[in-house]
Design a protein around this ligand. Structure first.
Ligand SMILES: Nc1ncnc2c1ncn2[C@@H]1O[C@H](COP(=O)(O)OP(=O)(O)OP(=O)(O)O)[C@@H](O)[C@H]1O
Ligand SMILES: [Mg+2]
Length: 596
């Protein structure tokens, strides 16, 4: 039910905080923004117009106030009003197009990143999935990317828009009165310093919050999957407490980061109030001395007040920007985990007619160091069946895992038709293998789709024939929607035996020359086992088969039986031979209530 503990190496790769802001930003822009540069520049052009209209408006105020004081007449004021309406209209239109374009870029980036992660994950090693809880990975694809989107959107929208607006308004202010401007902007370096200083803190907090959210997602995923066991053992309270602890952590981290980022507004406000007070005093003196008209001063103050808004917005964006960078950091970390099991550069497609399978002095440990196989040699001639038996944990499933290269051996080699599996392309190797594994193998889809998964272009008849051969057709037809019945997550709506028969039907449909069966019949009752056994026998004809079985009665016909103990073959031979030898196999066989 629960995933094994993640290995420290994989954890370190995915949880540590990585790159600098610059490196992250460069990668974000280079990889994701660059392809949209045309849209981006169009959006910027719209924004430039919108921003300049802000400056135009504040500058017009000078004409409004002075026009009133100097009583310029209705026609003059009419023109001023028309100009105001025109500038607002133009601004609204350009803001609209700018918003659409920028969001288009932002949403596109998100979809691209999500597709990229999924593609990458599909190519990742099985070991990677064993080391990282699936809920955590889901959280990266959904939560982290959503945070990235928000940051990208907000940053693209607000920082560029705010920056442009700010630049125009500052331009207008300097144009209006450079001395007043200098007074006002004396506080600027102070606030910039402040924003930069808290940025780092916010990013670290955001990173930790996102990690905790990933853990929560993983925990929920596991708890819901194992809900039957939670209830059976009455551990609801325990699970609720686990969730509570994590949600409290997230709550505290979020609050902390809000406490830090919410300070930006008030700090900026206090700084600005000082600037405004200085401005009012100095402006009053200027009017007194006649160097400026009240209109000049009002227009200047309006520019400043308008500039204040984008300034505040940019301060706020900084927090989101930091959270976005933290999310990007986590997403990139995921994308940067390189799969270890890949096609070698010289790998060619597997082109053989002899599908014998060989293990030559194979040693293998799992990434966490568990030694699973040691000096194991085994030959399965083309078309023959080798059965592997042995106690739990002996390494039977491990052998099955090594043949399709879910893992690579550490020493020795595994061959198909005499060729090392590492020398052929994985695609061509796996296309020659049909696997019925020990784990549940069904997806939340229809029965037809689940069987058809073995051969995507199979016709309806082929699927039904495969089901018949696996003694599954009968029960499928009794289901309310027959072959179109959805089986639920992991096939939860089917019985264990039914699930197994669907998995066998899928392998039948695959029609591959190498067959790997890991406890394929363990969940069947005696009657369906006999039926499936007969079907499997038909399936095994002419195919190279490795079958793992606990129930020894199912493998008495195997050409060779291997008894595995702690990763080593301790006995090898046909059934009758092993029984007469009276060794480990004979003992196991007797223990299961069989008569020799
Ligand atoms: N993904 C994994 N990561 C680390 N160790 C593993 C992993 N899978 C299996 N092992 C370990 O490798 C050893 C062999 O496991 P394997 O699954 O091959 O046993 P098995 O013979 O199939 O047992 P069973 O009959 O119970 O299915 C065991 O000690 C097990 O703990
Ligand atoms: Mg096993």
């Amino acid at each position: 039910m629960r995933h094994p503990d993640p290995t420290p190496a994989h954890l370190a790769a995915l949880q540590g905080q990585g790159k600098s802001s610059w490196a992250l930003l460069r990668r974000l822009v280079g990889a994701y923004l660059k392809p949209h540069r045309n849209h981006f520049f169009a959006a910027m052009a719209f924004m430039a117009i919108a921003a300049s209209m802000r400056g135009v408006f504040t500058h017009t105020l000078q004409y409004v106030v002075d026009g009133m004081i100097q009583r310029r007449g209705l026609i003059y004021m009419g023109w001023v009003c028309a100009f105001i309406i025109g500038s607002f209209w133009l601004r609204s239109a350009t803001v609209y197009f700018h918003t659409i374009l920028m969001n288009r870029i932002g949403q596109r980036i998100v979809a691209t990143v999500q597709q990229e992660i999924c593609e990458h994950l599909m190519r990742s090693d099985l070991a990677f999935f064993h080391a990282n809880a699936s809920g955590m990975l889901v959280s990266r694809v959904i939560n982290d990317v959503a945070i990235m989107r928000q940051a990208v959107n907000e940053c693209l929208l607000n920082s560029f828009r705010g920056g442009l607006e700010l630049a125009t308004l500052i331009g207008v202010m300097f144009y209006q009165d450079w001395r007043l401007s200098c007074i006002v902007f004396a506080v600027f370096p102070l606030s910039a310093f402040y924003v930069a200083r808290i940025g780092k803190r916010i990013r670290k907090l955001a990173f930790n919050t996102q990690n905790a959210t990933g853990d929560l997602s993983a925990l929920l995923n596991q708890t819901f999957q194992g809900v039957r066991h939670v209830k059976a053992y009455g551990n609801e309270e325990l699970e609720v407490n686990r969730v509570r602890t994590l949600t409290e952590t997230i709550y505290k981290l979020s609050l902390k980061s809000i406490r830090v980022s919410a300070l930006t507004g008030p700090v900026m406000e206090v700084l600005s109030s000082v600037a405004i007070a200085a401005l009012v005093m100095y402006g009053y003196l200027q009017v007194e001395h006649g160097t400026n008209t009240p209109g000049d001063l009002v227009a200047f103050i309006a520019s400043f007040v308008l500039a204040y808004d984008p300034m505040k917005r940019m301060g706020r964006v900084s927090a989101q920007f930091q959270a976005g960078l933290a999310a990007a950091d986590r997403v990139f970390m995921l994308l940067d985990v390189k799969p270890e099991i890949v096609d070698s550069p010289s790998a060619s497609a597997l082109k053989i007619t002899d599908y014998s399978v060989g293990l030559e002095d194979v040693a293998f440990s799992y990434p966490d160091g568990t030694l699973a196989l040691e000096g194991l040699s085994l030959n399965v001639p083309h078309g023959k069946t080798v059965a592997i038996v042995g106690s739990s944990g002996a390494g039977k499933s491990t052998i099955i895992n090594l043949i399709p290269r879910f893992y690579d051996v550490q020493s020795g080699r595994i061959t198909v038709g005499g060729i090392d599996v590492r020398d052929v392309s994985m695609g061509s190797l796996r296309s020659k293998i049909a696997l019925v594994s020990q784990e549940t193998a069904l997806f939340d889809d229809t029965i037809r789709a689940n069987i058809g998964y073995g051969k995507l272009d199979a016709s309806a008849e082929e699927i039904e024939r495969a089901a018949e051969a696996a003694s599954a057709d009968g029960f499928i037809r009794c289901l309310p929607q027959g072959y179109d019945t959805r089986v639920g997550e992991f096939g939860i709506k089917l019985s264990g035996g039914q699930r197994q028969r669907i998995a066998i039907a899928r392998a039948m449909l695959r029609n591959a020359p190498i067959l790997l069966l890991d406890e394929a019949t363990s969940a069947l009752d005696n009657e369906s086992e006999r039926a499936v056994q007969a079907a499997l026998k038909r399936l095994q004809e002419g195919r190279t088969t490795i079958v793992v079985a606990h129930r020894l009665s199912t493998i008495v016909d195997a050409d060779v039986i291997v008894v595995l103990e702690k990763g080593k073959a301790v006995e090898l031979g046909a059934h009758a031979e092993l029984i007469s030898r009276g060794g480990a196999y004979a003992k196991l066989y007797g223990m299961q209530g069989n008569c020799a």
